[in-house]
Design a binder for this molecule. Structure first.
Ligand SMILES: C[S@@+](CC[C@H](N)C(=O)[O-])C[C@H]1O[C@@H](n2cnc3c(N)ncnc32)[C@H](O)[C@@H]1O
Length: 457
């Protein structure tokens, strides 16, 4: 039977044909899950694929029962999220950095023992057995045995602490955040990225009864900005999913569309719209929405999401750089493609796959998209620019440069308390800047930047 690989919002990312039965040798319990996790880690750390893509074709993946598959996923995501602390823990017990494949085996032991409560005999014995299986690693079995045992005993205490602001940045993006936000915020970001994020839901405005039900049944709670938050779970199993009472989007992602203010009966363009979180918010608020998305497969997902939520928008599959309409819009939302470094809690591979060049490339496209979006705004209308990136080149610098190029636009600053936005999320210039280390008491939120501009009348 075909297996469905799902997106976090419950829609189908792709269907994978059931693999033909393969003639693998019988493996001891737990070995296939760890071999699969190691294969995924290798692919992801080499920058080649996302974890979901890597799992879809991973070696040994076809051998896994659902429980082992969940364990393999937990191993991969925990290891990627806590890699800086895990690497520091391993360094304490090795005189010389071992080869990458041996290092990955040790990373799993640290994650299992320090973070996933796996008993020592299961994690250490399997780590040694895995080392013995491969000709490249076989002669490191003595080292793996010795280091895995020490690590196994100490992992819990070594991984319990917070990242020290004085410690050197563990990867290139962190070095950039140190420069942008300072030592303390850099350390807080690394800690925030180490934790699985909660699930945030935006409820349709006529679905308050369903929201109340979820508050009771799943210990969900309402954030000050109106998103409903609960512990991460399979969203498709929640009451209200099938009837489209809510859609999935992080609390920070729910804010940029609100900066357009009262949109009822206004013509709003949502450029770069899929999978449609903001399109749905705007349609639910009564706007006449035109959603533009370049990628046909992603546009299909947007349409599925709209249909599930019983909301409507005019959907146009087109390039926002060249898209034109006869009549400019009352408001334009440009949620531009970006490096997504604000979503590392959900996509921990970003830390290992994005670099200065990716930021530069994203920024070039954002500049062009902003210029194209500006042409769609009527005199007196609003332009909201948003990115889920922590990098100023994609956020603050874009808008400063845009305002220098377009003298007919000016900032309309975000006001304290507007849409439940906390003062801590508002920059000196009046833009929105959320960080994953904000709201630590509630489990953080994605990193977003948004600026609201008005075209002179
Ligand atoms: C950050 S995502 C948008 C998320 C969306 N606004 C939401 O809230 O669900 C960026 C989207 O822009 C699309 N995109 C990238 N370049 C584009 C272009 N030149 N024109 C239109 N869409 C584009 C991508 O395919 C992607 O779906």
């Amino acid at each position: 039977m075909a297996e469905e690989i799902k997106n976090p919002d419950g829609s189908i990312l792709r269907k994978r044909a059931a693999p033909p039965a393969r003639a693998h040798e019988p493996l001891p319990p737990g070995m296939a899950a760890r071999l699969c996790a190691l294969n995924v880690l290798e692919t992801v750390l080499a920058g080649r694929k996302t974890p979901d893509e890597a799992f879809a074709t991973a070696r040994y993946g076809d051998l896994l029962e659902p429980r082992d598959r969940s364990f393999a996923r937990a191993l991969v995501f925990t290891t990627l999220r806590r890699k800086p602390a895990i690497d520091a823990a391993i360094r304490k017990f090795v005189a010389k950095e071992p080869p990458d494949d041996v290092h990955r085996i040790l990373m799993l032991v640290a994650a299992e023992r320090g973070l996933l409560n796996v008993p020592a005999h299961a994690s250490v014995t399997t780590a040694v057995d895995i080392t013995k299986r491969n000709a490249h690693t076989r002669h490191f079995q003595g080292l793996v045995n010795a280091v895995a045992r020490k690590l196994s005993d100490a992992a819990e205490s070594l991984l319990a602490g917070k990242w020290s602001p004085q410690a050197p940045p563990p990867y290139n993006l962190a070095a950039r955040w140190k420069k942008t936000y300072g030592d303390a915020v850099m350390a807080a970001l690394i800690d925030a990225h180490g934790v699985e994020p909660p699930l945030d839901l935006t409820f349709r405005k006529d679905a308050t009864a369903e929201a109340q039900r979820l508050i009771k049944s799943h210990s969900a709670f309402m954030l000050p900005t109106g998103s409903l938050r609960l512990a991460a779970t399979d969203v498709t199993s929640l009451p209200g999913y099938a009837s489209g009472a809510f859609f999935v989007q992080d609390a920070a992602a729910a804010l940029p569309a609100r900066l357009l203010g009262e949109v009822k009966d206004k013509r709003i363009a949502d450029l770069c719209a899929a999978p449609g979180g903001k399109t749905m918010e705007l349609a639910d608020a009564g706007a006449i929405v035109t959603a533009v998305e370049k990628d046909p497969a992603r546009m299909a997902r947007l349409k599925e999401n709209l249909a599930r939520a019983h909301l409507t928008a005019t959907c146009i599959t087109d390039d926002a750089l060249t898209f034109r309409t006869a009549e400019p819009f009352d408001g334009v939302l440009l949620d531009a493609p970006c490096t997504a470094t604000g979503t590392i809690r959900r996509h921990p591979e970003i830390v290992f796959q994005k670099d200065a060049r990716s930021i530069e490339k994203a920024a070039e496209l954002q500049t062009a998209l902003l210029d194209a979006a500006a042409r769609q705004v009527r005199p007196g209308g609003l332009l909201v620019y948003a990115v889920c990136s922590l990098e100023p080149e994609e956020g603050e610098h874009q808008i400063n440069a845009f305002l220098a190029r377009h003298r007919n636009f000016s900032r309309k600053p975000v006001i304290k308390g507007e849409a439940g936005i906390e003062p801590a999320f508002i920059t000196r210039e009046g833009d929105l800047r959320t960080l994953p280390c904000h709201w630590p008491q509630w489990g953080g939120l994605d990193g977003f930047y948004a600026s609201r501009l008005v075209r002179s009348a």
